[in-house]
Design a protein around this ligand. Structure first.
Ligand code: G6P
Length: 609
C-alpha cells in the first residue's frame, strides 16, 4: 500500500524524505514523489522505483527544510507520473499526499466541476486536494477549518499530509482508518504511515486518532478534534531499536527476519510468562473473563489467518472451546452468529489491515468482547480492541511475514494453555509440562536454522524452475501447509496449493505428474501413518516427495528428501515445521533471481478493502 513521510525542522528535508520513502518501499509501490518547500513549494514525481525519483532530482539544489513524500500503490488510475502524489490544487494553494481511498470521489468531482475546478489525473487524491482548497477559500478560516470541513464531507479512509501555500512553516495532517504516526526530536517534527520510516531519527511519537488533525511546526505539534478544539497528547516511546529495521549484513530482510525468530519468539514467551506460569495480565484478560468464554471466533487475513487455523485446532483440542476461524473479508459480510460469551480474536501484524479492522468493529457492534493479537503498538486494531496481546517481533520489513507469524503462534499457545487451565481441561502437571516445552521452542528453531539450511538450498536449486507445488498434511500439519504454500507462492510466483491430505483423492491427485514437487508435513503422531499413506499415493504417481517430519522417524519408503525437525509437544510443531517451509520459499525465490523482499503486486499492510 502507499507510504507517507513528512519532515519539518532544521535539516534539509530532501534527504530525510528520500530515506523515509526508501524504508517504506517494502509496503509496495509503483510511483513516488516529494514536495519540498523552500520559498516556493516544488514537486517532483516519477513512475517506478524510488531510484527514478532520485535520478530526477540529483542535480537540483533542494535546501528546503519542510516537505512531504509519498510512495503510491495504484488504486484509482494507472501507475504513472500524473497520478503519482503529491497532488497540487488548481492554483497551487494546496499540496497533498494521501493514503487510502475516497469512496465518494465521483460525487465530489461533480461538486468541484460545478465550481470550475479542473482535474488532471485519474485519482481520488486530486479531488481531495481541490476540495480542501475549495473549503479553504470559501470560508477563509484557515487550514484546520478547511481540513475539518473536508473530513466531514468525504467518505472512505485516509491519512493525509498537506502543505498550504500561505502557511510556509507548517505541515497539516489528518487521518481516518489509515495509519499515521507523528514523531518529534530536537531537530524537528516528522510524520509517517509506518514506524520504520522515521525510527532512524526518533522513537518518540504521538498517535493521532481517527478524525483528528494536527499541525506540525518545526518545534511542536498541535492536535485538533473535529470541532477545531485543541487536543492534548503525550509523546510515547517506541521500544523498537533502529537496527531491527536494517538489514545488518543479511542479503535480504526476509532471511534476516527468519533468523531473528529464536530471539523474538523467546521475547514473546518471556512477555507472556512469569515464574514459569502464563501471565496474561498485560492483555487485560482476567480469570473471570476467561471463565465466561463459551466459544471463540478467530478472524484475520493472510498468514495471520493461518495462525488462526493452527489456533483453532489447539483451542478445541486442548481447551475444548468450540472455535471457528474466518478470513476477515468474509467475516465482515457474513453476518456471523455471535453471542455474548463469544470471544472474537483478531490477529494482525500491522494492526491496520482494513478488513481485520472492519471485522473487529463488526464484532464490537454486536456487543462481543474482542482480543487483538497485534505486533505494532498503538495501531488501530490495538487501540480499538477490548484486550490486546502484543507480539514482540519488532519491525517486520519483508512483505512475506516470518517472525511476526512465529510470535503470533506463541500468542495463541499461551492463550490456549491458560484457557485450558482455567477451564480445568488440563491438570497442573500437564500445564507445567506444556510451558516447559514451549520454553524450548526458541532453541529448537535455532537448531533447525543451523542444521537445515544446506539441504534446503539443495532442494531450492533443484526446483527453482517448477510451475507447481503441493503442500499436504493433516490436522496441525495441514494448517502449517497453508502457510508453507503461501510462503512459496507469494515470493517465488510458483503456483502452489495446500491440501488436507485426506482430500487429495477428491481432485488434486489428478494434477500429480512425474517430478511434481509435493511437500508433506508429518509431525502429528495420531495421524502420522495416514499422511504417509497419502504421500505414498502421490509418489506412486511420479511426485518428488519432500517430507518434513520429526527426528528419528523413518520415512525412507516415501521420501525423496527428508527434513528432520526436533521433537516437541504435538501442539507446538507448527513453530518448528514452518521454519523449513519459510526457507524453501526464500531460497527458491533467491535462486530465481526475484526480489524476495518486495514481491510484485503485494503490499506489507493492506489498508484498503
Ligand atoms: C499482507 C501481508 C501478509 C499478512 C497479511 C495480513 O497480505 O503481505 O504477510 O499476513 O497482509 O496482515 P496483518 O498486518 O493484518 O497481519
Amino acid at each position: 500500500m502507499c507510504g507517507i513521510v513528512g519532515y519539518n525542522g532544521k535539516e534539509k528535508a530532501v534527504n530525510i524524505l528520500l530515506d523515509g520513502l526508501s524504508r517504506l518501499e517494502y509496503r509496495g509501490y509503483d510511483s513516488a514523489g516529494i514536495a519540498i518547500r523552500d520559498k516556493e513549494i516544488e514537486v517532483f514525481k516519477a513512475k517506478g522505483k524510488l531510484s527514478n525519483l532520485k535520478d530526477k532530482i540529483k542535480d537540483k539544489k533542494l535546501n528546503g527544510t519542510c516537505g512531504i513524500g509519498h510512495t503510491r500503490w495504484a488504486t484509482h488510475g494507472e501507475p504513472n507520473e500524473t497520478n503519482a502524489h503529491p497532488h497540487v490544487s488548481n492554483d497551487g494553494n494546496v499540496t497533498l499526499v494521501h493514503n487510502g481511498i475516497i469512496e465518494n470521489y465521483q460525487e465530489l468531482t461533480q461538486k468541484l466541476f460545478r465550481h470550475d475546478y479542473k482535474l488532471f489525473s485519474e485519482t481520488d487524491t486530486e479531488v481531495l486536494t481541490n476540495l480542501i482548497d475549495y473549503y479553504y477559500k470559501k470560508y477563509k478560516m484557515g487550514p484546520i477549518d478547511a481540513i475539518n470541513r473536508t473530513m466531514v464531507r468525504v467518505r472512505g479512509s485516509y491519512a493525509i499530509a498537506v502543505m498550504f501555500k500561505e502557511y510556509p512553516d507548517e505541515i497539516w495532517v489528518a487521518r481516518k482508518d489509515s495509519p499515521m504516526i507523528i514523531g518529534q526530536d530536537s531537530n524537528g517534527t516528522y510524520l509517517a504511515s509506518d514506524v520504520p520510516a522515521i525510527l532512524k531519527y526518533t522513537n518518540k511519537v504521538y498517535y493521532i486518532d481517527n478524525m483528528e488533525a494536527a499541525c506540525l511546526k518545526k518545534d511542536k505539534v498541535i492536535f485538533y478534534d473535529l470541532n477545531g478544539d485543541v487536543v492534548k497528547k503525550e509523546l510515547k516511546e517506541i521500544k523498537w531499536d533502529v537496527s531491527s529495521a536494517e538489514k545488518e549484513g543479511f542479503e535480504h530482510f526476509m532471511i534476516k527476519e527468519i533468523n531473528e525468530q529464536p530471539e523474538v519468539v523467546k521475547k514473546t514467551i518471556n512477555s507472556l510468562t512469569n515464574n514459569n506460569k502464563i501471565d496474561l495480565s498485560k492483555t487485560g484478560l482476567k480469570e473471570e473473563d476467561i471463565k465466561r468464554i463459551k466459544d471463540i471466533y478467530i478472524v484475520a487475513c493472510g498468514s495471520a489467518y493461518h495462525v488462526g487455523v493452527c489456533a483453532q485446532y489447539i483451542f478445541e483440542d486442548l481447551a475444548r472451546i468450540p472455535t471457528k476461524v474466518d478470513i476477515a473479508s468474509e467475516f465482515r459480510y457474513r453476518k456471523p452468529i455471535l453471542n455474548k460469551n463469544t470471544l472474537v480474536i483478531i490477529i494482525s501484524q500491522s494492526g491496520e489491515t482494513a478488513d481485520s479492522l472492519a471485522a473487529l468493529r463488526e464484532a464490537k457492534n454486536m456487543g462481543v468482547k474482542t482480543l487483538a493479537i497485534v505486533n505494532v503498538v498503538g495501531s488501530s486494531i490495538a487501540r480499538e480492541a477490548d484486550y490486546v496481546l502484543y507480539t514482540l517481533a519488532g519491525p517486520e520489513i519483508a512483505v512475506a511475514t516470518t517472525k511476526a507469524f512465529s510470535t503470533q503462534l506463541i500468542a495463541s499457545y499461551t492463550l490456549a494453555i491458560e484457557f485450558a487451565k482455567i477451564k480445568k481441561k488440563i491438570n497442573n502437571n500437564y500445564y507445567q509440562e506444556l510451558i516447559n516445552e514451549m520454553n524450548q521452542i526458541p532453541e529448537k528453531i535455532k537448531e533447525i536454522l543451523n542444521n537445515l539450511t544446506t539441504n534446503i538450498q539443495k532442494i531450492a536449486s533443484k526446483f527453482s524452475n517448477i510451475k507447481d507445488a503441493f503442500y499436504i498434511g493433516r490436522g496441525l500439519d495441514y494448517a502449517i501447509s497453508l502457510e508453507g504454500s503461501l510462503k512459496l507462492k507469494e515470493v517465488s510466483y510458483i503456483h502452489s496449493e495446500a491440501y488436507a491430505s485426506g482430500e487429495l483423492k477428491h481432485g488434486t491427485i489428478s494434477l500429480i505428474e512425474d517430478n511434481t514437487l509435493v511437500i508433506g508435513i508429518a509431525t502429528q503422531e495420531e495421524i502420522f501413518e495416514k499422511t504417509i499413506s497419502n504421500l505414498v499415493e502421490v509418489k506412486s504417481r511420479g511426485a518428488y516427495v519432500v517430507v518434513v517430519t520429526i527426528n528419528g522417524k523413518d520415512v525412507s519408503k516415501v521420501a525423496n528428501n527428508t527434513i528432520m525437525i526436533p521433537e516437541t509437544n504435538k501442539y507446538f510443531y507448527p513453530s518448528l515445521s514452518v521454519i523449513p517451509l519459510q526457507l524453501i520459499g526464500y531460497y527458491i525465490t533467491v535462486s530465481k533471481g526475484l526480489d524476495v523482499d518486495k514481491p510484485r503486486n503485494l503490499a506489507k499492510s493492506v489498508t484498503v478493502e
